[in-house]
Design a protein around this ligand. Structure first.
Ligand code: HEC
Length: 143
């Protein structure tokens, strides 16, 4: 019994890591094959592309524009729905949403600081729940 329970637990943990690990290896968003990818994974790729675009706007001192429907982070179906249903996920998602709400309203002079906060919000959730993509997310940092 104990061995079975441990095996199930271990298997569960391995699966969790594998899904978030392989996500990190998806080469570029345009090469990604949407077949079999969850809504949340597809949304995350859009968020990453959006982040790259926003970073350029911040660097150029332009007003940052937002086109991705980021509030869907609360409802998009995840590869592992139980993960996205956790209190921890919800708290991280709210904090990410708040930084996006702020940045889309902000004048260019405040954009860099808010943008840093957004990248940090991505990292906070990923370090806790889905470490694979952190390598890619680091590339969004301004310096
Ligand atoms: C509230 C938690 C949370 C926040 C905030 C968050 N992510 Fe994610 N991210 C996830 C989860 C969970 C997955 C796994 C999605 C799945 O497989 O369904 C994921 C997956 C990804 C992936 C891999 C997608 C693929 O190709 O499979 C990338 C890249 C990513 N996130 C980037 C980002 C970026 C960039 C931000 C900030 C702009 C961000 N994430 C914010 C939880 C989060």
């Amino acid at each position: 019994m104990i061995v079975c329970a441990l095996a199930a637990l271990w298997y569960g943990l391995s699966c969790t890591e594998a899904s978030c690990e392989s996500a990190a290896e998806a080469v570029t968003p345009s090469q990604a094959n949407p077949n079999g990818d969850s809504e949340l994974a597809l949304l995350m790729r859009q968020m990453f592309e959006e982040g790259q675009r926003m970073k350029e706007q911040v660097r150029k001192g332009e007003k940052v524009t937002v086109s991705v429907d980021y509030a869907r982070i609360h409802t998009a179906q995840a590869t592992q729905p139980e993960k996205a249903a956790s209190d921890e996920y919800r708290a991280f998602a709210l904090s990410y949403e708040a930084t996006m709400d702020a940045i889309r309203e902000a004048p260019p002079a405040e954009a860099a600081e808010l943008y840093d906060g957004m990248v940090q919000a991505c990292m906070n959730c990923h370090q806790a729940l889905c470490p694979g993509p952190t390598v890619r997310i680091k590339k969004l940092a301004l310096q």
